[in-house]
Design a binder for this molecule. Structure first.
Ligand code: FES
Ligand code: FES
Length: 149
């Protein structure tokens, strides 16, 4: 058994310690916001926060993850109240299929936690590692620029 600190709770999981965190989250913890794409740190779909910093969970071993405080998209809201970043993306309809959006929201949340008024370049840099096959990036950037104002 390994203990994870996930979205403010302790949860025991059974996977072996080398299992990538993304699989543990999806298969044992019921966290379906975490998506698998490249599985090689190249797309951002699996991004979670580890000690408040965005990291790809597709290559983070369970043993390393267990030493950090983990937050997924599910942990950004407070009860029924979405975080400002989630709200901005939702109200701006800033996606198409949505596959990339959990990772983008988590990374953007981390950015706004450290800088409430990021510039266009700050936002672009923070989301640089996130691919969107639907081409929704311009809408995402616009939504976050609105929030930054
Ligand atoms: S699935 Fe992890 S970065 Fe692509
Ligand atoms: S909205 Fe479809 S991959 Fe980004």
């Amino acid at each position: 058994m390994t203990e994870l600190q996930l979205n403010g709770e302790s949860i025991a999981v059974e996977a072996i310690e080398t299992t990538p965190l993304a699989y543990v989250l999806r298969n044992e913890c019921g966290i379906k916001s975490v998506k698998l794409g490249c599985e090689a740190e190249q797309c951002g779909a699996c991004t979670v926060l580890a000690d408040d910093r965005p990291v790809p969970s597709c290559t983070l071993a369970l043993s390393d993850a267990s030493e950090r405080r983990l937050t997924t998209l599910e942990g950004l809201a407070r009860g029924d109240v979405l975080s400002a970043v989630q709200n901005a993306l939702l109200t701006s309809n800033a996606s198409q299929c949505g596959y990339c959006l959990s990772g983008i929201a988590v990374a953007a949340y981390a950015l706004f936690q450290t800088n409430a008024h990021p510039t266009h370049n700050n936002i672009v840099n923070a989301l640089d590692g996130h691919l969107c096959r639907c081409g929704a990036h311009p809408r995402v950037i616009r939504a976050l620029e609105q929030l930054a104002k």
